[in-house]
Design a protein around this ligand. Structure first.
Ligand SMILES: Cc1cc2nc3c(=O)[nH]c(=O)nc-3n(C[C@H](O)[C@H](O)[C@H](O)COP(=O)(O)OP(=O)(O)OC[C@H]3O[C@@H](n4cnc5c(N)ncnc54)[C@H](O)[C@@H]3O)c2cc1C
Length: 422
């Protein structure tokens, strides 16, 4: 679309509250995505191929370790810096931004986020020791982690324990189960799964959820099924099967009980799927401006900007984009342990707005730019297909965000009505 390094940031660094070091990380992500990822995006999408080269570039640029603490050789980025960097990548390749999220969460959740939680001194010491090992693989070897949680049932929605089971054995666990839509399947070196630890005398409980890195080459790990979806095709989200896989105790990404504590005390952790789609929303708007000005490279220099209906549509897109970005940035800045109820409702609202409005903006872009803009030689039809996937991402699907806003706005914790008790 534009020449490398000649594009405005999505968010003004000062307005976003970034210091110069954080701003540099976001700029680094934007420049890499613009110069390297965007030119590769169409072919990866067409063939539904994993962006291996992009991951090599992420490693070389240090961004594979964006949320690895500095003392462990990473960039030490916090939640906000990561979210803004991921949005910049999403502008140029949605599938890379989405898969990068799965990888980065294995560092962000075990790093900055875990440091906000309560752990016994013993747990804290063993956690630090273990995560250092994970981080070293990423920094030194370019190891890629994924995050397959979904099972096709209520667990990924947070409504039931995971049916993938970890049975404690000498030195670790034996893990059995199935994960669907496992982005990076066959390409990650470690699958960071959520599973239910079987504890003697306990009924299965969400409190016994373990977050464990399963080495992709362990005996009993299999990638199954094909992958030919509507959008986000380069995520290669195939099915993963775990058949009595032995996983050593050192592969625990969090100590017992800490994932449950994170999910309940640090709810903004579930917003990390949204920046890929925030970037797509911006890209749809940017494309529309460029196209109506007759400035999209490789297309005839036909101007369409003089028609009042198109100007009105651009204004409508601008309003939607600006309000979505403002709400999203505010929610990103709110993230912290034990947020106030108003902040949690805002996080749901922001997630809903990004996921639904990214697709709405792509629809408006197609309608406004016109028929030639949907040809596969141009990025808009890919943005449109990719954007449709956002609302489907558990645990905070667009529907679940609405459910929770309605319920949590009307009820305080523990409150019920007579009708509910029947
Ligand atoms: C491109 C792409 C990449 C993905 N990558 C990953 C990944 O890397 N890791 C990962 O874990 N997942 C990933 N997902 C999966 C995603 O997060 C969802 O789990 C998946 O889309 C759910 O599909 P489903 O048909 O089972 O959904 P649904 O049937 O809609 O939901 C599954 C279950 O969730 C519960 N549920 C759904 N809606 C509600 C509701 N409103 N209220 C209460 N309960 C509800 C129900 O029990 C339902 O059976 C990806 C999805 C896509 C599209």
């Amino acid at each position: 679309m534009s020449e490398p390094y000649d594009i405005e940031p999505m968010f003004d660094p000062a307005m976003a509250g970034l210091d110069s070091e954080q701003a540099e990380v976001v700029t680094r992500a934007r420049n890499l995505a613009l110069s390297k990822f965007e030119p590769r995006a169409a072919a990866l999408d067409r063939e539904a191929i994993f962006p291996t080269e992009n991951y090599q570039d992420l490693h070389a640029s240090g961004l594979l370790a964006i949320c690895v603490p500095k003392e462990d050789g990473g960039l030490g980025a916090d939640f906000k810096t990561y979210m803004l960097a991921a949005a910049e990548i999403g502008r140029f390749c949605g599938a890379t931004a989405l898969t990068w999220n799965m990888h980065v969460c294995s560092c962000l959740w075990t790093g900055a986020l875990a440091d906000d939680l309560e752990m016994s001194p013993n747990d804290s010491a063993s956690h630090r020791e273990r995560r250092r090992r994970h981080y070293k693989r990423i920094v030194d070897e370019g190891a890629i982690y994924s995050q397959p949680f979904s099972e096709g049932g209520p667990a990924a929605a947070g409504a039931a324990p995971f049916s993938t089971k970890a049975v404690p054995v000498d030195g670790g666990w034996r893990i059995t189960g199935k994960k669907i839509f496992a982005s990076l399947a066959g390409h990650a070196h470690y699958y960071g799964i959520l599973c239910g630890e079987m504890v003697e005398g306990h009924k299965p409980s969400r409190r016994d959820t373990m977050y464990v890195a399963v080495p992709a080459n362990a005996d009993g790990v299999r990638v199954a099924g094909d992958w030919d979806p509507l959008g986000m095709r380069a995520t290669v989200s195939r099915t993963l099967l775990f058949e009595d896989v032995f996983v050593p105790a050192d592969e625990a990404l969090m100590p017992r009980g800490i994932y449950y504590q994170a999910a309940t005390r640090w709810p903004h952790m579930f917003m990390t799927l949204s920046p890929a789609y925030m970037g797509i929303a911006q890209a749809a708007y940017d494309f529309t401006i460029q196209y109506l000005r007759g400035e999209v490279p490789g297309t005839p220099p036909v101007k369409r900007r003089m028609y009042p209906t198109k100007q009105l549509a651009v204004a409508q897109m601008h309003l939607m984009l600006e309000s979505t970005k403002s709400l999203w940035l505010q929610a990103v800045r709110d993230a912290r342990p034990d947020p106030a109820k108003a902040d949690v409702l805002r996080a749901y609202a922001a997630q809903h707005a990004v996921m639904e409005n990214a697709n709405e903006l792509c629809q408006l872009a197609l309608r406004t730019c016109g028929g030639q803009s949907m040809l596969k030689a141009l990025p808009l039809e890919r943005l449109y297909r990719d954007s449709r996937c956002g609302s489907l991402m558990l645990p905070w699907t667009a529907e679940i965000c609405l459910d929770r806003i309605g319920r949590e706005a009307l009820y305080r914790p523990g409150e019920t009505d007579l009708a509910d008790a029947d």
